[in-house]
Design a protein around this ligand. Structure first.
Ligand code: NAD
Length: 454
């Protein structure tokens, strides 16, 4: 690890990665390599998750390609010196900001969308002109392996290299002095990363999780709301950081809403004991057991079937839930949707506000006043109105959390900014010079100074 980082430090100091042409060339090459190996990528995801090609393309690869395309197109503009106004006391001069790469970056990925969550930040870091060490999650072992293979075979290790491993290897990497650490994963490990980074004052971006609420107000279009919620919740069997974690539904439409959920699930997921093409399995036995323990039989409204051998849990809705139930304690990260009925919106908002700030929040309603009330009163990373999850597919919306759901953001230009330092420059000529700031100080000069500066 030390050797690789030393090689990356050496390369960065040659200034090679700072050239915009070099970055564009490498990003295009990266896309070409991914395209050429697409079949292997689909195969790896299928082995790890049992996921279809369609879903892998939609949730993993398309996002990476899109980010590469945008970076290639916009890189010149993003990396330009940005002129800003010069203040009066500095006249005559020019002022500008130079975006510069941070240097040698470490990217640590999560398992649930292993390609997307590892490679999208890589695109941003390379676009910004950095070198990258990528440590993908070890849990989906096939995807980790294939990333290491195709990247390490096609890029030199002093520029972009994959190091595979779990806790042990990540801990070793965290002892090294990188110029930036970008971490996606759980809150407890986020804290470990942050503590390790603090020792070297390394800036971090933390993309974490949390319990993302979904509000369904009395005036919401139930069939459309349900369609969008069900798709977002059960995609990847609920193992999505921005999945609607739980629903807060107005009591007056609770029954109608629950029945519509059941109908939509039955229409889309004919999952019994075998894995079907369009439904993922739970990543490992530990998570399967954790989720199984959350299935309170008394409260299951629909679903709740399990197959331990295949690590399968059918899309499940739980009813008569309160904020005190076990399922409301931690992020669910699985295909179980608890529904809480509320009679007073302010009470529901207060309950959400008493918890850690979520990564996402979704609001289903036509009532502009209530939508604005929720948007302004609850703090969360990002979200959507009358939609779930899709906000993260818009590269113009910086994606990230707040409070316990994360620090910093990325996607599109936000990703470039995350991996850049903005160097501020005041640029003068040798011509004009004022005596005002120099010795000797005097009462007259002070008066003049006050006149100018106040
Ligand atoms: P995790 O924190 O267990 O693992 C993330 C990474 O950290 C992995 O690469 C792993 O090898 C490494 N790691 C694990 N334990 C470590 C330790 N003790 N020391 C050092 N490194 C360690 O997270 P996960 O299970 O892969 O992902 C699930 C979590 O990530 C959920 O909370 C989810 O909400 C969150 N998540 C957030 C986003 C986002 O974009 N905000 C995306 C996906 C997942």
């Amino acid at each position: 690890m030390k050797e690789i980082l030393s090689a990356q430090i050496f390369l960065f100091n040659t200034n090679k990665t700072k050239s915009v042409d070099f970055r564009v060339k490498e990003l295009k090459k990266f896309k070409k390599i991914l395209k050429e190996n697409e079949d292997l990528l689909y195969k790896a995801i299928y082995t790890d998750f049992g996921k279809s090609e369609f879903e892998t393309y939609m949730t993993e690869l398309s996002g990476i390609y899109h980010e590469i395309n945008i970076a290639v197109k916009k890189l010149k503009k993003w990396s330009k010196h940005k002129k800003v106004k010069t203040n009066f006391s500095n006249f005559p001069a020019k002022s500008y900001i130079i975006p510069e790469p941070l240097g040698n970056t470490l990217i640590i990925g999560a398992w649930n969308y292993p390609f997307n969550l590892s490679l999208t930040p890589v695109v941003a870091s390379l676009a910004a002109g950095n070198t990258v060490v990528l440590k993908p999650s070890e849990l989906p072992s096939e995807t980790s392996k294939i990333m290491a293979k195709i990247i390490n075979e096609n890029f030199t290790k002093d520029y972009f290299h994959v190091i595979e491993g779990g806790e042990k290897e990540t801990s070793e990497l965290l002892k090294l002095k990188f110029d930036k650490i970008f971490f996606t994963g759980s809150i407890p490990v986020g804290k470990i990363v942050c503590q390790a980074a603090a020792k070297n004052l390394t800036p971090v971006t933390l993309e974490l999780g949390g319990k993302s609420p979904t509000f369904v107000l009395a005036d919401a279009d139930i069939p459309i709301s349900v369609k969008r919620i069900v798709w977002a919740k059960f995609l990847n069997a609920g193992q999505t950081c921005v999945a609607p974690d739980y629903v807060l539904v107005d009591k007056s439409i609770e029954k109608k809403f629950l029945n519509a959920l059941k109908k939509e699930i039955e229409k889309n997921y004919k999952v019994e004991n075998d894995i079907t093409e369009n439904y993922s399995r739970i990543i490992n036995n530990k998570n399967f057991d954790r989720l199984n323990n959350l299935l309170d039989k008394e409260k299951i409204f629909c679903g709740g079937k399990i197959n331990k051998k295949n690590r399968l849990i059918t899309p499940t809705v739980m009813q008569n839930i309160s904020f005190e139930d076990a399922i409301m304690k931690d992020e669910i990260f699985g295909p179980i949707l608890p529904v809480i009925a509320f009679t007073n919106l302010n009470d529901a908002i207060n309950k959400v506000k008493q918890r850690a700030k979520p990564l996402a929040c979704y609001i289903y309603s036509k009532n502009k006043r209530l939508i604005n009330k929720l948007l302004s009163e609850i703090s969360f990373g990002g979200g959507a109105v009358n939609e779930s999850l899709m906000h993260l597919t818009n590269p113009n919306l910086p994606f990230g959390g707040v409070g316990f759901s994360g620090i910093g953001n990325y996607h599109g230009e936000a990703g470039f900014r995350t991996f850049s330092h903005y160097k501020s420059i005041l640029h003068k000529g040798f011509g004009f010079e004022t005596k005002l700031k120099y010795f000797p100080y005097s009462a007259k000069k002070l008066k003049k100074l006050k006149n100018i500066l106040e």
